[in-house]
Design a protein around this ligand. Sequence first.
Ligand SMILES: [Mg+2]
Length: 424
Amino acid sequence: MKIHIDIDCFFVSAARIIDPSLHNKPVAIGGRSDTKIFDKDALHQSINMQNSGSFVPTFYKTYESKDDDIDAFRDKEGRITGILTTSSYEARAYGIKTAMNITEALKLCPHLIIKAPNMSLYQDLSYKLHHFLSLKVPLIEQASIDEFYGDLSGWVEESDIEYFIDKLRHEIKKELNLPVSIGAAPTRYLAKMATSGAKPFGCKTLYAYNVNEFIDPLPVGSFVGIGKSMRQKLQDAQIHTLGELKKRRGTLESWGPYAKELYKRVTGESDAPIQTTRQRKSIGISRTIEPIFERKELRRRICILARHLSFALLKLDVIPTVFHLAIHYEMNQKSHKNLSLCEVFTEKKFNALCLQLFNEADTQRRLKVIRLSIHCSSFTRDSKKELSLIGFEEEQKMKQLTQNTQKLREKYGIDSLKWGSELS
Ligand SMILES: [Mg+2]
């Protein structure tokens, strides 16, 4: 049997460890982006590289306690801005949801307590839980900052599973003061579904005999891997529940390999092993910003994001070969651009590449921009073979410069060297 462990409303639960008076109250965590990196006088920014899982946001600032209230979400005009990332079950009872606008949430629940995020605390707790679980379950895989998979096969008898996971849930509460929910099932995908049925602070075990009864009535969107476009496709084919999906093998198979695999995951025919170590596959940086129309200012911000990302890439010692830049405009418009490139990584080239991607992706020039993100993936550690020989010496020189810059930044901070284009 596989198990899936998920911390209940993680960011709120973490806030409650620091401030126990938040228990049994409607609490939410605001999803403020750290936009301080764009300040022209930004100094002493830090990057946390502690956890190298691909799911953990690498870039954040530690917030001081004075920021830890609703005032932190007011803009210069005193308006409350931002969205919520997590809400307590008490808040959800008022209809408050993840990604809800703070203004809207306060209308639904005027006494909602809003806290600023504290990424260092989350990483610390996540690390501790991972460590604790590794002592209890031989095979543990971290899937996100607050989610883990484990394999109990050969470790716990099937008849003891319910007892084992229930004990584990209480041990975690006692040791780390974190409420978790745990699901157990024959495959990891079904275990994750079981967890959703166990929340909050519960356990659920799915066996071959009761799995259909539980899975079949659930909406297709509740299954991991079924996103917006797949949901639409299924809806168009009159498939609304997982039970309906299971009856349409032929339809799903005709949609190609992804849908075919998805079908098998839903029916429990397909599973993936629990991987205890996970290589980082990508890294990115993104920021939600106040709506900006000025392209010059946006380009300046791209340079800053590129500098931070470049620092992290060099620190990880990887050479990305796929670059992705996305722009979110107001009125829910989006645009993005990809580029593959196998060359020596230098910060200057990366900066130019990001600006080029931005210019190409910026197709809605009459609109203001509200979010910028850059992602790098398909890492190679040694791409010498693939490198272009033209301009190789020049590249080596640039690489040396990049390495020197990196050394200085590691010593004096990421803001110790900036690009001229950022300061104008
Ligand atoms: Mg969770």
